[in-house]
Write a protein of this length. Structure first.
Lengths: 131, 283
């Protein structure tokens, strides 16, 4: 890991999509892209497990995180949000709805936070500096 | 010769496109956002350029994980709206400007910007939402468009400085085009927002305002800002703001602010919008 990449780890609650994560998440993100086709979305919805087993080379951990719709885990495992968006679009969820699940806040509370001006930067800038 | 006379920046939130497409712009949640573009819509009717160079980022629509071009210039006759997972947006096909695009490709590559050239490329909300915000819902877009897609998805994206220099090179290349064309350049994306992790929902209003001020008055210094500061102060997806520096570089040293709008929230995002005039070129 270069110092460029390492510096981002000081930002709380954030994973930037580095070339290294792109490599480890390649099969996962390509699975997401497959959901751009209506026929694939239908097949996935009919039997998610079978679709993952038959059409992807994802790790078991990645497959389970897809089945669980655990987006924080998926990002840790090399997923990127614009690719992952194909999963929640297939589920009929908006960005707002899907993104809120990563914060641990109920959707109404998250929506209210956004209407009130969004998450304040205070305390969310740096782990090291605690600000 | 061709000249870049004006620049425009705007966020390109997908939910904004869906709201326009479903006729919901007058709902209380959305109304203040769309009202913020009324000035621009009126201005744009009176100031139709021949071509817009539209800087945006693709969101896993044209580019799969298999290929990650840093700068990709659209050289085709036309660009269809992408199916982003729920069918293409009901918006007109975007008409390209292949003669100027070919000229830009040559000028910029010889100027040492190693672009990827795209001859078959669908365009997603990153490009079509700004067009909808400015031109509404016409049968056909009133302008031709040269898309310039920038990687801001996989790190590292280009530096702000590289983006600013590319904008300056675009200005030089446009001015070497023989035909008399009025060219506008748009920089899209931003402002502060984060769509991932426990920090999602991050918004930094004072920082966004300062960014707009510095973009207009002191872009060369702003261009020195590191990626780390964008992510720390504007959220993970706030990195899109490097694209605004391409627009600003293409306006020349001095730019006049004609209009500014800022609104929170648009879905998960701080909406920022500027209309600028290049002071070097006649009003």
């Amino acid at each position: 890991m270069t110092s460029y990449t390492a510096e981002f780890d000081d930002i709380p609650g954030t994973r930037v999509f580095t070339a290294s994560r792109a490599k480890s998440g390649y099969a996962l993100n390509q699975f997401c892209m497959s959901l751009m086709k209506e026929a694939n979305r239908e097949r996935f919805k009919q039997n998610e497990r079978a679709y993952l087993d038959e059409t992807t080379k994802m790790s078991e951990e990645q497959k389970q995180a897809v089945l669980d719709r655990d987006y924080n885990k998926l990002i840790d495992l090399g997923g990127q949000i614009y690719f992952l968006a194909k999963i929640f679009a297939t589920d009929g969820l908006s960005y707002l709805q899907a993104v809120s699940t990563m914060t641990g806040m109920p959707i109404d509370e998250y929506q209210q936070m956004m209407i009130s001006g969004g998450r304040s930067p205070e305390g969310w800038r740096s782990i090291k500096d605690g600000n | 010769m061709a000249r870049i006379t004006h620049g425009l920046t705007t966020s390109h939130i997908p939910a904004v496109g869906a709201t326009i497409d479903h006729g919901r712009t007058q709902e209380p949640y959305w109304k203040p956002l769309f009202e913020g573009y009324e000035w621009t819509k009126a201005w744009a009717k009176e100031n139709v350029p021949d071509v817009i160079i539209l800087v945006y980022n693709d969101h896993a629509s044209a580019f799969t994980p298999a290929v990650v071009p840093t700068f990709a210039l659209g050289c085709a006759d036309e660009f269809p709206p992408a199916d982003e997972g729920y069918g293409p947006r009901p918006v007109p096909v975007v008409t390209g400007r292949p003669d100027l695009a070919a000229h830009l490709a040559e000028g910029l590559i010889l100027d040492e910007f190693d672009l990827t050239l795209m001859y078959d490329m669908p365009v997603d909300h990153g490009l079509t939402v700004p067009l909808s915000l400015v031109y509404g819902q016409p049968q056909a877009w009133p302008v031709t468009v040269i898309p310039l897609a920038v990687n801001v998805v996989q790190y590292p994206p280009p530096t702000g400085h590289r983006c600013f220099m590319l904008g300056q090179a675009i200005r030089r290349a446009v001015e070497q085009f023989d035909e008399n064309l009025n060219v506008h350049i748009w920089g899209t994306g931003g402002m502060s927002h984060q769509l991932q992790g426990p920090r999602a929902g991050f918004i930094n209003q004072p920082w966004d305002h300062a960014f707009m001020d510095r973009l207009i008055k002191d872009p060369a210094e702003l261009a020195q800002m590191k990626h780390l500061e964008y992510v720390r102060e504007a959220g993970a997806e706030g990195i899109e703001l490097v694209m605004w520096l391409i627009m600003r570089g293409a306006l020349g040293p001095e730019a006049e602010e004609l209009y500014r709008f800022y609104h929170v929230p648009g879905s998960n995002t701080a909406v920022g919008h500027l209309v600028l005039r290049s002071v070097e070129t006649p009003a």
